[in-house]
Structure formats: C-alpha cells, structure tokens
Design a protein around this ligand. Structure first.
Ligand SMILES: [Zn+2]
Length: 256
C-alpha cells in the first residue's frame, strides 16, 4: 500500500513538473502577431505605408519576429494590438536596412499609461517623461508611455517619435556606452567626423536656436536619439536643412 502511494506521489510530481515546464514555454513566446496587422500598419505607420509590396512583407516579418522575441507588458495600461505593432515598428524602422539586426539588449517593454518613476535613464525634466531605457536592475527593460507612443505615429507633421527615440538609445547602448556613437553600426573611420558634427550642431543649437528639438542639445546620446527621430520622420526636411547630418545618418542606418 505504501508503495502505491509512493508511486502515485511521484506520478503527480512528474505531472506538475511537466505542466510547469509547458507554462514556462508558453510564456517564452511573447506576443502572437495581431490578426489585422496589415490594416493597422497601413493606417498608422507612414513608414510602412510608403514601402513597396516586397518591403511591406519584409517589414511584417521583422515585426512578427520582434513580437515573438520581446515580452510587452502593460502596467496599469491595456496593451492593445495597435500598441504591439507601434512598439515593434519603432524597433524595426531604424534598423530596417540592417537585415540581421537583433536587439540582444532588450527582453521586455513595459507600457505605462502616463508618467512614471523608476530606476531608469530619464529623459530629463524639461519635457514629460515619454520613455526610458533601463539601467541597473532594470537592464534589458524599456518603458514607454502609451499616449506618447501613439502620438509619435499619429502626428506626422513633426519630427517626434518616442518609440524610435528609445530604440535608438538601445542601438547606441549596444556597444556598452550610451554616448551618441553607435559603434556597432558606424564605421570607425567616420567616428571622429560624427563627433565633430554633433559638437558643432549642438553649439549652433545653443547659440542660435534650431529647428532641431532643443532637447537634443542635452548631450551626445540625446542628440543622436533626437536627430534620428527627425531623420526617420522628416527625411526630406532634414536633408534640406542639414545635408551633412542627413548624409551621416544615411551612413549610420545604411539607407543610402
Ligand atoms: Zn532620450
């Protein structure tokens, strides 16, 4: 009789272990691709809308891959299909021309409804905190404000996009330092030139003002994030107003 109980006990234990393992596996597949993704991308993501058919297909595959790899969690906010697609689009747009790109330094995106405080690299007090890239215990986590995320894509007449801004910080951080120099994608021979252009533009911004968001004059890292938003949101305008910057960003993002 005791042996029967022992066998039963072991069997129950095995079942529990299997169930636990299956649950973990399910958790690992982060987000399935939303059903109406084509419609949503077409309606909200100008960058996607302007691609040809082959480009669109490739963009969709990259979005699906991103969503399967990175967990997206709402914190006091409901994560809707549109939010998933906008976060993934913000991730893919800057690296779309770099086919083998992986955000190896990102595991989870937290979606907040409004302002938040945490152990993050804050985007300063001059403008509302719209997104952050985690440091310390929050390494590999990005926080993004849902309202700002949507504004970045809905409003096409400015050069702001919070998701692109935060993902550019991650690209910059991939080499170990968030310093405005994305060594992982910028050829070494251009590093000094890039630094000089950043310095001279920041100097001009501080002394004469600029059409570039003044937040970019905070430091090199913010300059790189802000000017990248401008580059992907208003490429034609950037080319007209700042041809040298535009040329360097084409080099960095391999879009030439
Ligand atoms: Zn920033």
């Amino acid at each position: 009789m005791v042996i029967v109980f022992q066998i039963l006990f072991v069997l129950v234990l095995i079942v529990i272990i299997i169930l636990f393992a299956l649950r973990k596996r399910r958790d690992a597949v982060a987000n399935p691709m939303p059903e109406n993704y084509r419609e949503l991308l077409n309606d909200y993501v100008t960058y996607y809308r302007q691609l040809d058919e082959a480009g669109k297909e490739s963009f969709e595959k990259r979005v699906e891959h991103f969503l399967s790899a990175v967990k997206i969690t709402g914190v006091n906010a409901i994560t809707e299909d549109l939010d998933l697609l906008l976060i993934a689009s913000g991730a893919i747009i800057p690296v779309f021309a770099i086919s083998d790109w992986q955000y190896i330094n990102l595991h989870e995106v937290l979606l907040y409804p409004g302002s938040f405080n945490a152990d993050f690299d804050q985007d300063g007090s001059e403008r509302p905190i719209s997104g952050m890239v985690g440091t310390g215990a929050m390494q590999h986590v990005m926080v993004i404000n849902k309202w700002q995320l949507r504004q970045g894509f809905i409003n096409n007449n400015d050069s702001h996009n919070t998701a692109i801004h935060e993902f550019v910080h991650l690209i910059d951080k991939m080499d170990g330092t968030m310093d405005g120099i994305p060594e992982i994608i910028l050829e070494r021979k251009y590093v000094n030139r890039w630094k000089n252009i950043m310095d001279s533009t920041i100097w001009q911004m501080k002394n004469y003002g600029s059409d570039i968001d003044m937040y970019g004059a905070t430091n090199h890292a913010e300059f790189f994030a802000v000017i990248s938003e401008y580059f992907f949101e208003q490429p034609g305008l950037l080319k007209t107003n700042h041809p040298e910057l535009h040329e360097m960003l084409e080099r960095i993002y391999k879009t030439a």
